[in-house]
Design a binder for this molecule. Sequence first.
Ligand code: CNA
Length: 250
Amino acid sequence: MDSDKINKLQELIDTSKKITIFTGAGASTESGIADFRSPKTGLWEHVNPEEVISIGSFKRNPELFYKFSVDAFLPMFNAKPNAIHELCTKLEQKDKLLGVITQNIDMLHQDAGTKKVYPVHGTMKTSTCIRCGKRFDNTLEIIEKFRDGDDKAYLCPQCNVGFIKPDIVFFGEMLPEYELDKAEFASYNCDLFISFGSSLTVMPAAMMPTLAKRNGAKLVIINLTPTSSDDIADLVIHEKGGEVVSKLNI
Ligand code: CNA
């Protein structure tokens, strides 16, 4: 690992007062959760999530989504936070964290104890009936029941006709307004913006680093592979995020 880059990152963190961290699926791979786009292990190697995780397809055929969920999302429920999630909590305790914007739906930031987390793509932990709006706090149980052969596990027990959908943003749905507002505020008002493990292709990921940069923040991108925002960053590190964090002194 390039020690000059680590030293520069350390200095940027030490001299910044309002840090915004952005995390994508690559921030959770070191917790054992596959991302979408990594070659071989990425979930897009086998299916096209834009089809399986689309609201139109879910309304027609929820089974497709639940079949995908057994492999793709069940591992999330046993995962533990890693060094990246812990870094966010430490920065918050030192009063240096403006917020964590996350595309992740695994709740690992909240599990690590960070409070100012804006999950712009929602969470897998809870679900809602798309017909009558009944809330469920047991997505894990529903997916497990489906895995174990109950092929109507996703049918709402309250209205008996609606499908139970995890509270994540599907392709074709709007992003949650409150989280998006907070995420934009945290991007506009930070003095340092660090992105961990995102290909920065999906909205709003593609836009947040630019917002931060435009308002004078320093921009750091830590991602195994090149991203679409590397060219505007002050520091780019193509390494595993958790390994980078383990070299820091926070
Ligand atoms: P992505 O498009 O899958 O990209 C992830 C990026 O992370 C890739 O460019 C990888 O090279 C990189 N990467 C993988 N491992 C590491 C690592 N250890 N350190 C640094 N970089 C790494 O993921 P995005 O978040 O950009 O895409 C957005 C989707 C994926 C969102 O809608 C998420 O909700 C969705 N997703 C979330 C999870 C989760 O909650 N953990 C898992 C899978 C997919």
